[in-house]
Design a protein around this ligand. Structure first.
Ligand code: G
Ligand code: G
Ligand code: MN
Ligand code: NA
Length: 253
C-alpha cells in the first residue's frame, strides 16, 4: 500500500518529528510532564495524522520500527532538556506489537543508557489492549520495566477491556482518563459517573490520575472537585514543538 511505503521512506529519511503536550498540575499550573506525540509532514500530502498511519503501521508491523524511533527520540529530548537544567518527564505511547517484542525491555534500557537519562524521567503509556494480550508475559515485562525505574501508565483508561483485577496486579503508577469521558463533563450524567468512579478508584489504589482532552474550564473544575489534580488538554496547551514546549515551561528564556 502506498501510505505504508511512504511511511517507511519517511522514517528512513528522518521526516518524523515529535511534539510534546504539557501535563499540568492543578493549582500551581506547573508543567509536570510531557506526552510525546508523533507528527509526519509529507511534502506531497501535507500533515498526516497518527490516527491515520499508526493503525496501518500496527497492521503491517512497521509500528515496531516507528516505536523504536519514538522511544529513542523522546529519551534523547528529555536528556537534552536535562542537560540544560530542565528536568521534564516524558511519556511515550507504546503499541501492543512493540510491547510484545521479546527484547522490548532491553530496547528501553538501551535507549536510557545511550542517552544517559534517569529512568524516572521516562513514562510508558500502555493501553488496556496492550495489557490484556498475554497477561503472564506482560506482567513479567512490566515488572522488569518498573525495576528499571520507568513509570507505567494506562492510556485511554476505561475504553478497553473492563477487567479491573489487573489494576491490583500490575505495577502501574498512573491512570489516564480517556478524553471520551471528559468531553461530556459536567453536563452528561454518564461521564460524571464514570469520571468520578475512575478518580476514586485510582486514588483508593494509590495511583496518580490524569485527565486527558481537557478543553474547558468547566471540565477542569469538575475534575478538580472530583479529586483529579493533573490535566492534559487544549485548555492548557496543544502538543508543541520542543522549542515551543521549552518556551511554555521557561518563558524567561
Ligand atoms: O496526537 P494525535 O491526537 O494526532 O494522535 C492520534 C493518535 O495517535 C492517538 O491515539 C495517539 O495515542 C496516537 N499516537 C500519537 N503518537 C504516537 C506514537 O508515538 N506512538 C503510538 N503508538 N501512537 C501514537
Ligand atoms: O490516544 P492518546 O491518549 O495517546 O491520544 C492523545 C491525542 O489526543 C493526541 O493526538 C492529542 O493531539 C489529542 N489531544 C490532546 N489534547 C486534546 C484535547 O484537549 N482535545 C482533543 N480533542 N484532543 C486532544
Ligand atoms: Mn497517550
Ligand atoms: Na487517550
Amino acid at each position: 500500500m502506498r501510505l505504508d511505503h511512504d511511511m517507511r521512506q519517511a522514517l528512513a529519511e528522518g521526516r518524523f518529528r515529535l511534539h510534546y503536550q504539557p501535563q499540568v498540575e492543578l493549582g500551581s499550573d506547573r508543567v509536570i510532564g510531557a506526552e510525546a506525540l508523533i507528527r509526519w509532514r509529507d511534502p506531497q500530502r501535507g500533515e498526516i495524522s497518527p490516527a491515520e498511519f499508526i493503525p496501518l503501521a500496527e497492521e503491517s508491523g512497521f509500528v515496531v520500527a516507528i516505536g523504536d524511533w519514538v522511544l529513542k527520540e523522546a529519551v534523547a529530548q528529555a536528556a537534552r532538556w536535562l542537560a540544560r537544567g530542565l528536568r521534564m518527564p516524558v511519556a511515550v505511547n507504546v503499541s501492543a506489537l512493540q510491547f510484545q517484542q521479546p527484547h522490548f525491555v532491553d530496547t528501553v534500557a538501551a535507549a536510557l543508557r545511550d542517552a544517559m537519562l534517569p529512568a524516572s524521567l521516562l513514562e510508558l503509556e500502555l493501553t488496556e489492549g496492550v495489557l490484556m494480550r498475554d497477561t503472564e508475559e506482560g506482567l513479567r515485562r512490566m515488572h522488569a520495566l518498573a525495576a528499571l525505574g520507568v513509570t507505567l501508565s494506562i492510556d485511554d483508561f476505561g475504553t478497553g477491556y473492563s477487567s479491573l483485577g489487573y489494576l491490583k496486579r500490575f505495577p502501574i503508577q498512573r491512570l489516564k482518563i480517556d478524553r471520551s469521558f471528559v468531553q461530556g463533563l459536567p453536563g452528561d450524567p454518564s461521564d460524571v459517573g464514570i469520571a468520578n468512579a475512575i478518580v476514586q478508584m485510582g486514588r483508593a489504589l494509590g495511583l496518580q490520575v490524569i485527565a486527558e482532552g481537557v478543553e474547558t474550564e468547566a471540565q477542569r473544575d469538575f475534575l478538580a472537585q472530583a479529586g483529579c489534580h493533573e490535566f492534559q488538554g487544549y485548555l492548557f496547551a496543544r502538543p508543541l514543538r520542543p522549542d515551543e514546549f521549552e518556551q511554555r515551561v521557561r518563558p524567561r528564556r
